[in-house]
Design a protein around this ligand. Structure first.
Ligand code: WTA
Length: 651
């Protein structure tokens, strides 16, 4: 079967970087980008060596890249460093020592904390010593199952300080999901809290851990942070209050000298891609990659207040709340709760209160804001914002334009950043001072990224032809393996183009004449209707361009005649009455925008689409529903079960 994807939507709107932004940007000319990009590809030793030299190493590397044994890359081979020295210690001798490192806003009103670099350093050292006192050492795996509180970042950094490998598990996961991850990693300790707040409710985290530990024999210690005051069951000897282990711990902790290729963390990817995979990242390359992308993609300046709204349980939070911003000495904001608690203006209140300059969020959140209405952001002073970002899914042009107008007030560039847990850092993205942006397109490859769109034989496709997105060269922050399973790592990402040594992203993409990349969604989600391979992203964007639609998900389902039919699940805009008439109108609209081939066979309406906790639409589940099958997919990562129940009611 061919892997070509029919590219059917033509986007012709372009937005130049605002002059004022470009004038002050770190990078502002196309020539400069091209020259740097060329060097990063043709002279990677010099390019990456130069960047790594901006950071602190105990021992310089002997070789920037060892790619003798693909796909197992070794970056900054022979180098020794500790990422916490670069995120913390190196700032303490500068004007940053009393600068806010973390601004924290709790979900309950009036709960706020500011941690300066000096304070954060002290807490990290103390918690590192506390872990040591529990017998945790270099190479041990520590699971972190905490809400979005500063202690989550402290725990990660404390692990990194002593060379323990952290594995952050999103605090919305259930006990069985926890068991899988704890056992796969053979975790020695778990850091958790009595509970976490979510939309005013208390989620009893400790009791989930208790349940999981009945089946996780490797865990010897549990450290419990008091957060909600919830009653907890206690196992003496195993369980320890955070405060009790911190009290006696010294605030002096020499960082463990880590080999550049020593593991830093494992992060399990989940949800839309099936059984969790333990993505392993190591020290040196990840540090250099997240440092550089944060600096250039967000055009970070000393005085910026930077806010990434992701949960630290996902890679975005690892790279762009914790490691990247702190390595740059930035002020990074952490918000504990939901965007609509207690009201849908919570984010805009926060932007106004802290005068946030850089705001990085997900398309799913943007579509929710659109649905809640412009009235909420309009009430606030958003004039501090100078740069906006998105990540996690393709953003449909309508949502992009709304973000640009209503939040960015046509003043802020938008960086639509494409990357993955496996890539560790941003790979395809506008550079905000120089790239003309195009709604829905992630635009150009970042430094060191050799991306291409190819067919199933590896031939590069001409502009306008959709195909497989591959990365043809190793990059510093790349995944090193899947924890304990080299074979699966090779098979999953590298077997398709083994000969060439290319990384298969699993995404479809198309390039335009300018060389811009537009991501078309996961290859597995492509719908093949009568020989036409249609991208879910384009079908969904076509639906969402209708004024009555805020969000849509499209899947294929078994169709008696066509083999595969197209089912559209649609969330109508506020005040719009769903029904047969609207369904007909939407079918017509898709036919007009794309063509008769793309006309949906089913249109169903729902208040909210089933999504993973990180906001990705669960298409496997929708496929089951559309085909009238019993739900077989794993629903443990589903964000909102009521969404599923509502879809069922309509049958
Ligand atoms: C999708 C999140 C289009 C893509 C950092 C990728 C995107 C998967 C974008 C990785 C984007 C992420 N445009 N699609 N800007 N960013 N994706 O591992 O399908 O949670 O493969 O990492 O999200 O998701 P993950």
């Amino acid at each position: 079967m061919s892997d070509a994807i029919d590219h059917v939507l033509a986007e012709t709107r372009f937005f130049s970087p605002p002059e004022e932004f470009a004038r002050q940007a770190r990078l502002c000319s196309d020539e400069e980008y091209r020259e740097l990009h060329r060097r990063s590809i043709e002279e990677p030793e010099e390019f990456w060596g130069g960047i790594a030299d901006e950071l602190v190493w105990y021992k310089r590397w002997t070789r920037v890249l060892n790619w003798d044994n693909p796909p197992f890359a070794r970056w900054f081979e022979g180098g020794k460093t500790n990422i916490t020295v670069n995120c913390l210690d190196r700032h303490l001798t500068t004007a940053r020592k009393n600068k806010a490192a973390i601004l924290w806003e709790g979900e309950p009103y009036q709960e706020r904390r500011t941690l300066t670099y000096l304070e954060l350093h002290r807490l990290v050292c103390r918690f590192a010593n506390a872990l040591k006192n529990l017998g945790v050492g270099k190479g041990d795996r520590v699971a972190i199952y905490l809400p979005m509180v500063p202690e989550l970042a402290i725990a990660m950094l404390a692990c990194a300080r002593i060379g323990a490998i952290h594995s952050v598990i999103f605090a919305g996961f259930s006990a069985p999901s926890l068991v899988d991850r704890l056992n796969d990693a053979k975790a020695k300790a778990v850091i958790t809290a009595d509970g976490g707040f979510r939309r005013g409710q208390v989620i009893p985290l400790k009791s989930v851990v208790d349940e999981a530990l009945l089946q996780s024999p490797t865990v010897r210690h549990v450290v419990v942070l008091r957060r909600t005051g919830t009653d907890v069951h206690w196992v003496h000897g195993r369980d320890h209050w955070w405060r009790d282990v911190m009290d006696p711990a010294s605030s002096v902790c020499e960082p463990e000298p880590m080999d550049s290729e020593d593991p830093l963390f494992i992060l399990y990817t989940s949800g839309s891609t099936g059984k969790p995979k333990g993505v392993l990242h190591t020290t040196g390359g990840y540090m250099v990659g997240t440092y550089l992308t944060t600096k250039y993609v967000f055009d970070l300046r000393e005085e910026d207040t930077y806010w990434c709204t992701a949960d630290i349980g996902w890679v975005t939070g690892h790279s762009y709340i914790v490691y990247g911003p702190l390595a740059n000495g930035a002020t990074t904001l952490l918000y504990e709760g939901a965007p609509n608690h207690p009201t849908p203006d919570r984010f805009w209140q926060i932007v106004e209160r802290y005068r946030v300059n850089i705001f990085y969020t997900a398309p799913t959140a943007i579509r929710a804001f659109m649905k809640w209405g412009d009235g909420w952001p309009r009430r606030y002073d958003l004039s501090s914002l100078r740069l906006l970002g998105t990540v996690g899914e393709p953003i449909n042009p309508e949502a992009w334009l709304w973000y640009h107008k209503t939040i960015g007030q046509e003043r802020c560039p938008i960086v639509d950043t494409w990357w993955q847990t496996e890539t560790g850092g941003i790979m395809i993205t506008p550079l905000p001072g120089l790239t003309k942006t195009k709604p829905g397109s992630a635009t150009i490859p970042f430094f060191g990224v050799d991306a291409a769109v190819v067919d199933e034989h590896g031939h590069e496709l001409p502009p306008g032809k959709g195909g497989l997105l591959v990365i043809r060269r190793p990059w510093p922050s790349m995944v090193r393996t899947l924890w304990g399973d080299d074979d699966r790592f090779v098979e999953y990402y590298w077997s398709r183009f083994r000969q060439q040594g290319w990384y298969l992203t699993g995404d479809g993409a198309v390039r335009d004449e300018k060389g811009y990349f537009t991501i078309l969604g996961r290859i597995d989600d492509v719908i093949n209707v009568s020989g036409h391979r249609l991208s879910t992203m384009e079908l969904e964007s076509a639906l969402a361009s209708h004024p009555s639609v805020v969000e849509a998900a499209v899947v294929g389902f078994d169709h008696e005649i066509k083999g595969l039919g197209i089912a559209a699940f649609v969330t109508p805009a506020g005040g719009v009455l769903p029904g047969i008439q609207l369904a007909g109108e939407l079918s017509e609209h898709v036919k007009k925008t794309i063509g008769a081939i793309a006309r949906p066979d089913q249109v169903r309406f729902t208040d909210s689409l089933p999504k993973t906790r990180s906001g990705k639409i669960m298409r496997r589940l929708l496929r089951d529903i559309a085909s009238g099958r019993e739900i077989k997919s794993d629903t443990s990562t589903l964000e909102d079960y009521s969404a599923l129940a509502k879809l069922y009611d309509e049958e």
